[in-house]
Design a protein around this ligand. Structure first.
Ligand SMILES: NC(=O)c1ccc[n+]([C@@H]2O[C@H](COP(=O)([O-])OP(=O)(O)OC[C@H]3O[C@@H](n4cnc5c(N)ncnc54)[C@H](O)[C@@H]3O)[C@@H](O)[C@H]2O)c1
Length: 304
């Protein structure tokens, strides 16, 4: 593996900050570019707050270099992580612009949530160096990074990206096909589609969906994945269950009418006080705080 010591991050928002924090706290030099001054100027403060939450020293902030020049940011980088807004044209133009500015050996990684990597690299000359790295929010607390290989991504790029992520304590997995949503979001949204369908069909109310998940299989998920679970109960039982249940499970190819109606009405969830459920500001804050508290506790446990 080539020595990867200098990291560039494009986009200093939520994900860019988390990615920068992971590398900075592991002693790598991290250069961060953003065209919006406010994002750049608040970066150290936001990362500092995360470090405080984890009870970690602020020393690694010295490893961060912020810049409003894309050229200065990427010039010496061994790998570039793009974490700009989820719009194909923005991502395409970033990679077009930075390709002539980087070293010939630099790996180019996009943190897109769902856009196929081949679409982002469509008009690039060196498509082999472009790979997907789908981090999860908060990037400094969630271990998984999906490393997505498109039909044009070189094998060495995948291998080096995985090795680097392992080196800084992440849990990378190799996604061998560039399918929309990769692995994690496909699984997650298969569950969300069914959850919304159950509410839409009047099987149960929205709160009940969450109660069911959090008090049943959701409790097992951190230690028992679905495939382990299937092997645990037996494939014969899995087959018997699928013979009955699959015909009834929702298979709509478009977003649910209920979801579309709510968005049209401005019922957007916690940010508007109502989504599938009603939320006061206090209740919404409680959910956010519970999540961070839980993830910090899990993080401490796995690091001790
Ligand atoms: N938020 C999540 O939970 C999550 C999880 C995984 C992946 N992602 C993906 O990560 C990427 C970034 O998401 P985010 O949540 O950090 O968004 P964000 O809005 O918090 O941050 C985006 C940043 O990009 C900057 N930006 C705008 N135009 C730019 C340009 N032309 N060049 C460089 N930077 C530019 C913005 O100023 C902002 O600081 C998206 O592709 C998103 O889909 C998000």
């Amino acid at each position: 593996m080539q020595n990867i010591n200098t990291i560039a991050v494009i986009g200093a928002g939520l994900m860019g900050a988390g990615i920068a924090q992971v590398f900075a706290s592991q002693g790598k030099e991290v250069r961060v570019y953003d065209p919006i001054d406010a994002s750049l100027m608040s970066l150290a403060k936001r990362i500092g707050q995360n470090l405080a939450l984890l009870g970690q020293s602020q020393d690694c902030l010295e490893n961060l270099v912020i810049s409003s020049s894309l050229a200065d940011t990427v010039r010496d980088a061994d790998i570039v992580f793009e974490a700009a807004p989820e719009q194909l044209e923005i991502k395409r133009s970033i990679f077009r612009e930075l390709l002539p500015l980087v070293k010939d050996s630099a790996i180019l990684a996009s943190n897109t949530s769902v856009i196929p990597i081949k679409d982002i690299g469509q008009d690039l000359d060196h498509k082999g160096r472009l790979v997907g790295t789908h981090w999860w929010n908060p990037a400094y607390l969630i271990p998984l990074v999906e490393v997505v290989q498109s039909t044009t991504t070189s094998d060495w790029v995948v291998a080096q990206t995985i090795a680097l992520l392992e080196q800084v304590g992440k849990k990378p997995v190799h996604v061998k096909k560039d399918v929309a949503g990769f692995v994690g979001n496909r699984l997650q949204h298969a569950l969300w589609r069914e959850a919304i369908a159950l509410i839409n069909d009047g099987v149960c109310d929205a709160e009940t969906v969450d109660i069911v998940v959090k008090n049943s299989f959701g409790m097992r998920l951190p230690v028992l994945g679905p495939i382990e679970n299937s092997d645990l109960v037996g494939l014969d039982l899995t087959l018997d269950i699928h013979n009955v249940i699959l015909k009834g499970i929702n298979r709509d190819e478009t977003p649910s009418a209920l979801l579309q109606e709510k968005v049209a009405l401005g019922e957007l969830g916690m940010k508007s006080g109502k989504g599938f459920r009603h939320w006061t500001d206090l209740e919404a804050d409680q959910v956010r705080n519970n999540l961070v508290d839980y993830l910090v506790r899990v993080n401490h446990k796995t690091n001790t």
